[in-house]
Write a protein that binds this ligand. Sequence first.
Ligand code: ARG
Length: 271
Amino acid sequence: MNVTKMVRVAAVATLAIGAVAGCAKEDTGGTTEGGVTLVKSGALTTCTHLPYAPFQSKDDSGKVVGFDVALIDLVATRLKVKQEIVDTPFEGIKSGADLNSGKCDVAAAGMTITDERKKVLDFSDPYFDATQALATQTGKEVKTLEELAGKRLGVQGGTTGEEYIKTQVQEKSLKIEVVSYKDLAALQQALATNQVVAAVNDLPVWNEYIKANPGKVVVAAGFDTGEQYGFAVKKGNAELLKEVNAALTAARGDGSYDKIYAEWIGEKPAA
Ligand code: ARG
């Protein structure tokens, strides 16, 4: 081998190493056995917006756990990968931006299926029924929105609860000052510290909050909005959507859905 050739071989070898290293740094995704394309190889990447217990929140060790997490773990198992969770504002989730930009494969965020969101996301079969609820501090209950005239009512920005309240305020010309908070923790903090006299969010998150902080807050009124949660994938990602729905169907059939429900939500309401 002459010197020129040796140099060329070395150069090719360096290039090859560079390519491998580049690949590890900039993961261009991968495809599972079932033909599902993932944004990151070996993982099912989930976008969510923390905290939203009991659907998703950090446990004492900092691990994200909850009802949605457990269900998406079943999807990951089907795909023979591990779930990886990305915490990101709800706006980017519900607008489809995060899925479109490849930040994640699936969105799981206690997210209600709405016609508006259906235009920008493909939803799974419904996996949970929810309603809206109004919480107040214990001893400061109000039964109707009308009683909140001249007062501050907290909601969570970008959510169906916010939209419901804003619509009610408009339709009934209510003189309520509606204050939007960026996440559930900020909303609950505002209620606890009297920045608002009442707060609206999905019923199960209030039930969870009351379990964790007994005696402080009560659900004073409910609004039966008939909401259903769905997981979402990028528009057109039929392969992944099929797997999500198959995992849900299997979980309902083999008792794992009920087990996960009992673990994170509690008693099922009588049908
Ligand atoms: N269900 C409500 C909605 O879809 C609230 C969801 C908020 N979820 C969250 N992880 N922050 O608008």
